[in-house]
Design a binder for this molecule. Structure first.
Ligand SMILES: [Zn+2]
Length: 377
């Protein structure tokens, strides 16, 4: 996965490996990480959202979403995603002003979410046990009654690595160090051949193992998402199988899609026939709607063969009129810095121990970044 340190700005390129890590954590500690899906009032703002939380935190998030719109920028984050965010930060890429070292992000705790529409949700989240603890990081919420499982994802990666590389075993201690980092760089972004160890972690029939494309698009811009699909079924998918929009045709491109509700076929989108057990890559073009405010769009696209739905793909992005489309949706702002918790602040990142100092320190970091990004245009 080290090839992605210098290209792209979405951690969705490691979704396959990240899902395996999250599933392995669930095998090691049942309930510590459970999956949730977008739908109804719950929307995702990019493909980088890895929708796993502790079971209690998930229940309390879905309870809030049962009565009002909840737009998720970031959920769980694995050591693989945090490795990329930290490298991008070190390289000055993707608009990341600060990032926790791998293993240390609050989002590796399994009890944190970032919500785009945070301001309208603070009291509803609070009534369900979600705190809003970090001055200067307004999108961030935590669920302190759920356990902090930081380190479990590192241990899950170590177990997956050892299972797939019996001749190169490393310590399964949950500590992130040079041994783990070296293996992480070599690990396949789309996931290992042998995945999680418990039966509950069965893959979807149409399993998305990588999405390579921007988290954000400018209004009216064309985007292209290169999606690696794994056919986990026992039958081949013919090249004539169609990609049909179930929900979210706002993203359709008149000139590149077959119709507003049909993207094309596996053949026309570059994937061709995909045999049983094999992987293929399709390219889905989208046209960002003209909007004047930041708006999250998600599409559910079904793979349909001869009238039979084989499975679905979720695609999510944000249309951002403020000109930050080259940044990461997962940590394109102050949110990459999540090393601090329990009210502690790291010198040189978010400064100050009170809200005023914290806000000023944060602005001092972000304003130069904004000026730089304007200058580039
Ligand atoms: Zn956060």
């Amino acid at each position: 996965m080290s090839t992605y340190t210098t290209s792209g700005c979405s951690t969705s390129v490691v979704v396959g490996l990240s899902k395996q890590i999250a599933q392995e954590v669930g095998c090691m500690s049942p309930g510590a990480l459970v999956a949730f899906q977008p739908g109804g009032n719950l929307t995702f703002s990019s493909n980088a959202v890895l929708p796993y939380l502790h079971s209690t935190a998930r229940t309390d998030l879905l309870s809030v979403a049962s009565t009002r719109s909840v737009q998720v920028n970031s959920g769980f984050r694995t050591v693989a995603q945090q490795y990329l965010l930290y490298r991008w930060y070190q390289l000055g890429r993707c608009g990341i002003s600060a990032a926790a070292t791998p293993g240390r992000s609050n989002h590796q705790s399994g009890r944190a979410v970032d919500l785009a529409n945070y301001s309208s949700l603070i009291s509803a989240m609070s009534s369900k046990g979600w705190t809003h603890p970090i001055p200067g990081d307004p999108v961030h919420f935590e669920h302190p009654s759920s356990p902090d499982i930081r380190g479990k994802d590192v241990q899950a990666f170590q177990r997956l690595w050892n299972r797939n590389n019996p001749a190169d075993k490393i310590s399964e201690d949950g500590a992130y160090g040079p041994q783990t980092e070296a293996r992480l760089k070599q690990a396949p972004a789309t996931g290992f051949a042998v995945g999680a160890s418990c039966g509950a972690a069965t893959a979807a029939p149409v399993d998305v193992v990588m999405i390579d494309g921007p988290d954000k698009l400018a209004p009216g811009a064309r985007g292209r998402y290169s999606i690696t699909l794994s056919n986990t079924m026992g039958t081949d998918w013919p090249g004539t199988a169609k990609l049909v929009v179930v929900d979210g045709s706002e993203l359709h491109d008149d000139t590149l899609w077959t119709s507003p509700t049909e993207v094309g076929t596996l053949d026309s989108l570059g994937g061709g026939a995909i045999g049983a057990g094999a992987q293929g890559v399709i390219e889905i073009p989208v046209l960002a709607p003209m909007v004047s405010e930041v708006t999250a769009y998600s599409a559910e696209i079904a793979l349909v063969d001869n009238g039979t739905t084989l499975g679905t793909i979720q695609l999510a992005l944000s249309v951002t009129p403020n000109g930050d489309e080259d940044s990461s949706g997962d940590a394109g702002d102050e949110d990459g810095e999540h090393e601090h918790d329990e009210g502690e602040f790291e010198a040189g990142t978010v400064s100050g121990g009170c809200s005023t100092g914290g806000s000023i320190g944060w602005l001092a970091l972000v304003l130069p970044a904004l000026l730089l990004s304007r200058r580039r245009r």
